[in-house]
Design a protein around this ligand. Sequence first.
Ligand code: G1P
Length: 281
Amino acid sequence: MIIKKCLFPAAGYGTRFLPATKAMPKEMLPVMAKPLIQYGVEEAVEANMNTIAIITGRGKRAIEDHFDYSYELEHQIKGTKKESLLSDVNELIERCTFSYTRQNEMNGLGAAIYKGETLIGNQPFGVVLADDLCINPSGDGVLKQMSAIYEKYRCCIVAIQEIPKDETYKYGIVAGNEIEDGLFIVSDMVEKPKPKDAPSNLAIIGRYILTPEIFGIIKDTKAGINKEIQITDALLNMAKKNMVLAYKFKGKRFDCGSIDGYMEASNYFYQQTSKVEKSTK
Ligand code: G1P
């Protein structure tokens, strides 16, 4: 079964970016002139996931407006050079359907994903955490890579990356047996362990392929660290019954949920565009 739907949990407060995120969703923070969530939706569309499901919350309406036409603005810039600045987002609006549901209480990523059940239904789906900006300059995007693995193994998959051991407390950490180059069967998974308790230095990055059985499992998963329902705990429960894979993706990831990662992404994209401009001059 081809994966057509992609879920974007986007209800979080983005406290690390206050005051910028006081009245604006963190997913709308731009890298260059493009909001983070647009990078994520473009990655989903590249992987043929054109049905976009977004979990929003209070104060997040700008996301809905972003993925809709703005007739007044378009009228103003029609026939000018600026018209082309909207062409990428307009193409997404034409190619995708967007649906939204609200998470009323912030009680963890697992709870956010569970909220998506009404939008997703009974089919496998991708998940993108938009503040992990992922790119692969030399090939397929991360979701497309993961979709191809899903085609072969038909099970839940998490994207992983090696991180310095002293940073395990920021991530879900997995341990597993390598069955193909960079592909592991998950044997353990811990959300935000202290370095001394971490089973490895393989950290989950904000890309997942999930099968619909996950909804029932989340429902039975108790609150974990920070008293939140963690998708990592639900996936460990899944791994005890079915195979769950962890995939060391090809490409680069910027942690745009932190100021450092966000600046790094901005510098990287800025340098890329200035390289292109120089080469076309
Ligand atoms: C979430 C997940 C965590 C994962 C991380 C990736 O944590 O719970 O397992 O490693 O995303 O960015 P958060 O960053 O939302 O605290």
